[in-house]
Ligand binder design. Structure first.
Ligand SMILES: Cc1cc2nc3c(=O)[nH]c(=O)nc-3n(C[C@H](O)[C@H](O)[C@H](O)COP(=O)(O)OP(=O)(O)OC[C@H]3O[C@@H](n4cnc5c(N)ncnc54)[C@H](O)[C@@H]3O)c2cc1C
Length: 454
C-alpha cells in the first residue's frame, strides 16, 4: 500500500496551496474526484460571456509541477486508527498526516418538487456547464435566483446580461445581508433594479411546481413567478461544509463544519482540516461565523503547510473580507455588520464620502465608507465600502485594523498617500475621515451626557 507523508482529501484552492508549498519538501498526495479544479469566483463571468469556460479550469500541473501526486478519485472512507484512506475504486493509501480539505456544498432547501428539471445550484463545473448550455441554446428565458449574496447577485447580473428575465429573491430586507447594512445597500439595490433585475426582498420561495420541468415559483408574500416552459431556478442560499464522509467517525464536527484549533488541528492526532469544510470562528466574537471564502481557505492551508515545515504560526480567526460588483458599483465589507455588532457591543458608526481622484480631475468618481466601532474599547469591529472603483484595498486596510486590534483613534492618524489620478486631495482620506467622524460623534455624546448630568 502506498504511503504519503501528507495526504490531502480535496483539490480545491486549499488542497492546491498545500501541494504548492509542500510538494517538493514532503511526499504529498492530493485526492480529487473532478476532472478539473475550478476558479469558482470566475464562474458568473463565463455566463456573462466575458471568459470562455476553459479559462476557469485550473491546470493539474499546479499540483503535479509542484512535486505532489494527484490522485483522481473520491475518498469513500477513512480509518483514523489505521491511518488509511479508501477510494471509490478500492485503492487504499496510508498517511502519516491527513489534511481534510473537502470544501463546502450549496445548501438545497427542503421544498417539495426541488428535483424538477431546471432547478440548479451554482458550484460545480457540471452546474456551470448545464446553465451555460441552456443559456447558449436560448432554452432559458426567465430565471429566479434565490439568495442575494455575492454569488446570487453576480449570477443574476450575468444572466440578465444574456437578456434573460431575472428575479432575485431574498428573505432578508436588503441585499448582501451578512456583509453590508441596509443603509449602505440602498443605492446598490437601486442599481440592481436599474440594470433591469427584479428584486424581491423580504421574500422566500415557499413552493415550486411544474409537470417535469420547473414552471412556477411561489413566494411567501403571495407573489407567483411564472416561468412557463423556459424557466430556471438557481439556489444560491449559502454553503454547508462537506463533512458527510466523516459522519460516523470520531471526528469532531460542529454545526458549521469540522472543529479545529488555531493550528488547524482536529480532535484526532495527525489529522488537520482547512478551507470551507472547517467551522470558522470569528476573530472578533470568538463564535462560529458563516462565509465560506477562498480568501479564508488559502491562508489556512498556507499557515498549516508552513507549520508542517517547522514554523509555529497560528490562525487568529475569520474576518470574512468580501467583495463583489453590482453594475457600476464595487462593494466590499469586512468584520461585523452594524446589525450583527449591535447584538454584542455598544457601538458607534461613522461614514465618509470622498472622490476617487482629486475632484478637479476628469472622471472623478464616488467612494463611500462606513465603519463600526466598539464604544467602550474604540476598537474597529467592521467596515463597508462602496465605490465606482475597486474596493478590496480599502476593505483589507479595515481588516488589518481589526486583526491588529487598532482603535478608531489609531485610524485618525493613518499615514496615507495621495496623487491626483489615484486619490482624493492630500487634505483627506476615506478611512481617516470616517474615523474622525466617529470621534466627533463620541465627543458630542460625551458633552451631551455631561450636560444631562448637570
Ligand atoms: C460561484 C462562486 C463564486 C465565488 N466567488 C468567490 C470570491 O469572489 N472570493 C472568494 O474568496 N471566494 C469565492 N468563492 C468561494 C470559494 O470558491 C471557496 O471558498 C473555495 O473554493 C474553498 O476552497 P476549498 O479548497 O476549501 O474547497 P473547494 O474548492 O470546495 O474544494 C473541495 C475539494 O474537495 C473535493 N472533495 C470533496 N469530497 C471529497 C471526497 N470524498 N474525496 C475526494 N475529494 C473530495 C472536491 O471535489 C474539491 O476538489 C466562490 C464560490 C463560488 C461557488
Amino acid at each position: 500500500m502506498k504511503n504519503f507523508e501528507i495526504l490531502v482529501i480535496g483539490g480545491g484552492p486549499a488542497g492546491i496551496t498545500i501541494a504548492k508549498i509542500l510538494g517538493r519538501k514532503k511526499r504529498v498526495g492530493v485526492i480529487r474526484p473532478e476532472d478539473n479544479s475550478m476558479i469558482y469566483c470566475a464562474m458568473p463571468y463565463v455566463l456573462e460571456g466575458l471568459i470562455p469556460i476553459e479559462k476557469t479550469f485550473k491546470k493539474d500541473e499546479l499540483i503535479t509541477d509542484a512535486g505532489a501526486n494527484l490522485i483522481r478519485d473520491k475518498v469513500v472512507s477513512v480509518s483514523f486508527d489505521n491511518k488509511i484512506v479508501v477510494l471509490e475504486n478500492g485503492e487504499e493509501y496510508q498517511y502519516d498526516k491527513l489534511i481534510i480539505a473537502t470544501g463546502a456544498d450549496p445548501v438545497i432547501p427542503a421544498i417539495e418538487n426541488i428535483d424538477l428539471k431546471g432547478i440548479y445550484t451554482f458550484k460545480t463545473q457540471e452546474d456551470l456547464k448545464e446553465i451555460y448550455q441552456a443559456v447558449e441554446q436560448k432554452a432559458i428565458k426567465r430565471t429566479v435566483i434565490v439568495g442575494a449574496g455575492a454569488i446570487g447577485i453576480e449570477l443574476a447580473q450575468a444572466l440578465n446580461q444574456s437578456k434573460i428575465e431575472c428575479h432575485l429573491v431574498d428573505m432578508a430586507g436588503s441585499i448582501l445581508p451578512s456583509s453590508i447594512d441596509i443603509d449602505i445597500s440602498k443605492e446598490i439595490q437601486d442599481e440592481i433594479r436599474h440594470l433591469g433585475i427584479n428584486l424581491h426582498l423580504n421574500s422566500k420561495v415557499c413552493a415550486l411546481s411544474g409537470a417535469d420541468t420547473i414552471e412556477n415559483a411561489s413566494l411567501n408574500n403571495g407573489e407567483n413567478i411564472s416561468l412557463g416552459n423556459s424557466g430556471a431556478i438557481v439556489f444560491a442560499i449559502g454553503m454547508q461544509a462537506n463533512t458527510e464522509l466523516f459522519k460516523c467517525t470520531p471526528l469532531n464536527i460542529g454545526e458549521q463544519g469540522i472543529v479545529v484549533n488555531n493550528k488547524m488541528e482536529t480532535n484526532i492526532k495527525d489529522v488537520y482540516a482547512v478551507g470551507d469544510c472547517v467551522q470558522f470562528i470569528s476573530g472578533i466574537t470568538g463564535e462560529p461565523v458563516f462565509g465560506k471564502l477562498a480568501t479564508n481557505a488559502v491562508p489556512m492551508a498556507r499557515m498549516l503547510s508552513k507549520n508542517l515545515l517547522g514554523d509555529d504560526r497560528i490562525y487568529k480567526g475569520f474576518y470574512n473580507g468580501v467583495a463583489t460588483k453590482v453594475g457600476k458599483y464595487f462593494v466590499g465589507a469586512t468584520g461585523l455588520t452594524e446589525a450583527l455588532a449591535k447584538n454584542r457591543f455598544d457601538i458607534v458608526t461613522g461614514y465618509s464620502e470622498l472622490t476617487t481622484t482629486f475632484p478637479i480631475m476628469p472622471n472623478a468618481k464616488m467612494a463611500k465608507m462606513k465603519l463600526i466601532t466598539d464604544k467602550k474599547s474604540l476598537k474597529i469591529l467592521g467596515g463597508q465600502v462602496v465605490s465606482e472603483i475597486p474596493v478590496t484595498d480599502k476593505v483589507d486596510i479595515i481588516t488589518l485594523a481589526i486583526q491588529a486590534d487598532l482603535t478608531v483613534k489609531d485610524l485618525t492618524s493613518l499615514s496615507y498617500s495621495a496623487q491626483p489620478y489615484q486619490s482624493f486631495f492630500p487634505a483627506n482620506n476615506l478611512v481617516v475621515a470616517c474615523a474622525e467622524e466617529i470621534l466627533v460623534k463620541l465627543k458630542n455624546k460625551l458633552k451631551e451626557d455631561k450636560c444631562c448630568a448637570l
